[in-house]
Design a protein around this ligand. Sequence first.
Ligand SMILES: Cc1ncc(COP(=O)(O)O)c(C=O)c1O
Length: 363
Amino acid sequence: MQYFPTILRPAGNSISLKLSEYSSDLFKPLQIHFYHSGTQHDTDCPEVLLPAYSCPDLISACVHSGAKPVLIDFIHQRPWMCLEQLERAITPDTIAVVAVRFLGISERTESIRNICDTHNLTFIEDSAQGFPLSDLSEYWQGDFNIISFGRGKPLSLLGGGAVLTRNSDNYLPLPDKKSITINEELKYRLKVGIYNLSIHPFLYGLITRIPGLNIGKTILKELTTIEDISASIKNRFMANYIQYQSIANKSSQINLMLQETNNDTIIDLAEVANHDFNQPLLRYPVLFSNLLERDNAYNKLFKYGASLMYKQPLMEIDGVSKYLKKTTEHPVNAKIFSDRLLTLPTHTAVTQEIIDKIHSAIE
Ligand SMILES: Cc1ncc(COP(=O)(O)O)c(C=O)c1O
């Protein structure tokens, strides 16, 4: 057993295969439009402003829709775009701003909404990493709000996504409709079965040791087609949402633990961003004082589900820079952020015992 130590997964709970009728009232007054993934949203605008530290799928979505991504640096030691730089980056070609809800922490949506209204820009809220337990219509403030049901996402169904629109769905592409096939349903059941087993710490520990699997590696994937959500996934959305609401997310307990640590070099990002702990965090983000401290903590904590997320800002990820608008503003704070970030797990398998072990390790 000591050759195969258990490893806690960084995120994700088990998925229910229960079928349920989907109610479109759930998101009212927003309207929902399902897609094959969260990346599959589309606007046909020339320049889109987005955070310099984020998922490369944002770049794929821009490129697919014919838009030029313009990176906006973070504020120092915050998961938020610098709004002064955002305003400076607006040109007559800008038509949209993408604000990312980082692991569930809200961007400053009121200020971004004001900037968008002043300059007549579309406000896109990317909420692939955040899904509320309640107050669904108040949680999202964008004209277009992106949600994802992919692996490692808050409400994971191992695939699919949706766009929640506020006033208009004019820009949205129509996906090809798919009908449910027995084959697809069987494959989905098998996939969920394997996934539900693989999140067990013993099996997860084994899987992470398989060479070449590159679990959690951040790469730029090209988006080629806009497809409809699979019916197998859509028919499980409501049952899994009900299950999601009943699952205890451990963010508040981790917040409490961080307040009790004597290590004042760690920045609790959820705390400094005034996160509303009534809503869950996909993982709990903290910043260390430098790369070495962060890496030391990661080495001690990865068996308890700590993870690094994206290891570089977007412009340093292979294949991204050729798509970006060249600007004179170098995203230095996004780089510092990527060097110092560590995320702690918040899912159901995180017990108080594990939180105490994390506490002792970072003390
Ligand atoms: C912030 C953000 N936006 C979009 C996506 C893409 O979502 P999907 O995997 O459903 O295409 C991700 C996926 O990791 C993400 O983290």
